[in-house]
Write a new protein. Structure first.
Length: 257
């Protein structure tokens, strides 16, 4: 929520940095740290490139890539230019997504999938006139969200497994960008195949365990809020309210550079 309401560059950077200390308690391996670094680097670079080319409020271009006189593309786009203001704006906006990804990875790494499904499906239990009402997402949607989120670390592990297998077979991954791009085509196909295979195994396991067999399902373990949960929820409400206040007083949108 704070990544949406915050807009000032220093607030977005501070919000991203606030997620990094939690990674220390997870004790991630060097490979995971390296993969997260490259993920953030690629994400930032994509935002910088896209915004430097298509920044709406830009006035003075740094240089021209395709002039307006260029056939077909030139008249359609009125020329393609690179704007330094857009590159800075893209870097600032990338912190929104990096903060969200970092927080989501921490949440997934510290939460068991079964607990995540239960929490999404049963936010609160309300009793009205001796009737119990459950507030939450449908179980199918909760299962879908949990499966999609849990696939992120699985994809990272699959990537490193495939890379190690390719190195064992003599594929040279050292070199410049061209060498790495050529090696990437050998990575995507087995990665997609493994993801599809994992998805099929999850579907078979869900059917074997009676997924959607009954309308009102029961849970082996019921989640109940304890004192720590109430403290955490209170902190979330306070920080969210403070973020909304900062947004209303002028820190809620990134001004044109």
């Amino acid at each position: 929520i704070l990544t949406i309401v915050f807009g000032a560059p220093w607030l977005l950077i501070l919000l991203f940095l606030s997620t990094l200390p939690f990674w220390y308690f997870l004790h991630p391996s060097k490979s995971k740290v390296k993969s997260m670094f490259w993920l953030f680097a690629i994400l930032s670079l994509s935002f910088i490139i896209s915004q430097s080319l298509f920044y709406y409020w830009a006035d003075d271009p740094l240089f021209c890539i395709i002039p307006p006189e260029f056939p077909i593309i030139g008249p359609l786009t009125n020329g393609i230019y690179v704007y330094i203001d857009g590159a800075i704006y893209g870097l600032i906006q990338s912190f929104r997504f990096m903060t969200t990804i970092s927080a989501a990875m921490i949440f997934v790494s510290t939460t068991h999938p079964s607990q995540l499904i239960t929490a999404l499906g049963r936010f609160f239990n309300i009793k009205i006139k001796n009737k119990q009402y459950v507030i939450g997402l449908p179980y199918e949607i909760a299962f879908m969200v949990s499966s999609a989120v849990s696939f992120a670390p699985v994809m990272i592990e699959e990537c490193y497994g495939i890379i190690n297998a390719m190195r064992a077979r003599g594929l040279d991954l050292k070199g410049g960008i061209r060498t790495k791009l050529r090696a990437a085509k050998h990575l995507f196909l087995p990665l997609i195949v493994n993801i599809l295979r994992s998805g099929r195994q999850i579907a078979i396991a869900a059917d074997a365990r009676g997924f959607r067999a009954t309308k009102n399902r029961s849970y082996v373990k019921e989640l109940k809020l304890n004192s720590n949960d109430y403290v955490f929820l209170t902190m979330v409400i306070i920080f969210t309210g403070f973020g909304i206040y900062l947004s209303l007083v002028g820190y809620g949108s990134t001004p044109p550079i």
